[in-house]
Design a protein around this ligand. Structure first.
Ligand SMILES: Nc1ncnc2c1ncn2[C@@H]1O[C@H](COP(=O)(O)OP(=O)(O)OP(=O)(O)O)[C@@H](O)[C@H]1O
Ligand SMILES: [Mg+2]
Length: 227
């Protein structure tokens, strides 16, 4: 699959079904479409399955059912962060290099950019997120909010055509949160964002999926979400 740098893609899932090992089926036949360039919200109570669904969409959890990216069907369990990028709810899991700059340059370099280009892309991303001063820091020695921003940078630096965000505004101070939302509003890619931050959803999204107990139980306009 060729990487469409800076473009949006449409993601369709059909009959997505998943059970954690030793448990009964949790997600059962999930179906929806993230349109190309759309910002789609994903809401629901703790434990309703938002993170599980995002992980199944990436392929990091191997679900039954079908995923389609633009016109291409993806094999079950195939995960390709260049096309479907995900920022984890646990940001610290995304930081494993000796410095934040290397964490962020890692993805672009894997996409084939020369080390100097990947580094420049990483620096630019850190700048956009307001954490240029953390470039030399070790990711695991950052605060929770700093880790969140660094984790976002690792994925945004790859400019994936589909972006899955799990609680992107968690732990962020108000200026950082606003800077992030401004940036996300301008991104070329399609975005599915799972969050309890309803103000962020109303700012970014026009449509929201509501999950409960492993199912999508409603779809509504973002404007209809409570404050
Ligand atoms: N690794 C795991 N093994 C077994 N069960 C799990 C695992 N991870 C999550 N679950 C279960 O799956 C269900 C859905 O969890 P999930 O993390 O997808 O919810 P969520 O909607 O993202 O919640 P939150 O709003 O708290 O982030 C929960 O009942 C949870 O206990
Ligand atoms: Mg979650």
């Amino acid at each position: 699959m060729t990487h469409k740098h800076g473009h949006a893609a449409r993601l369709v899932c059909e009959g997505l079904t998943f059970a954690y090992p030793g448990q009964e089926s949790f997600l059962d036949g999930i179906r929806f479409t993230l349109e190309s360039g759309e910002r789609l919200g994903l809401v629901g109570p703790n434990g309703s399955g938002k993170t599980t669904l995002l992980l199944c969409l990436t392929g990091l959890l191997k679900a039954a059912g079908r995923r389609q990216l633009d016109s291409e069907w993806l094999p079950p369990g195939e995960s390709d962060g260049a096309h479907i990028g995900m920022v984890f709810q646990s940001a610290e899991d995304m930081l494993f290099m000796p410095s934040v700059l290397e964490d962020v340059a890692f993805g672009p370099q894997n996409l084939g950019l020369k080390p100097a280009e990947a580094r420049a892309r990483a620096e630019q991303e850190l700048e956009r997120l307001g954490i240029a001063h953390l470039a030399g820091a070790h990711g695991l020695k950052l605060s929770g909010g700093q880790q969140r921003l660094a984790a976002l940078a690792t994925v945004l630096a790859m400019e994936p055509p589909v972006l899955l965000l799990d609680e992107p505004t968690a732990n962020l101070d108000e200026p950082s949160r606003r800077r992030l939302l401004d940036l996300l509003a301008e991104l070329p890619g399609s975005i599915l964002v799972a969050t309890h931050d309803t103000a962020a959803i109303r700012r970014l999204c026009s449509r929201v999926l509501v999950m409960d107990a492993g199912a999508i139980v409603a779809e509504k306009p973002a404007a209809a979400l409570g404050a």
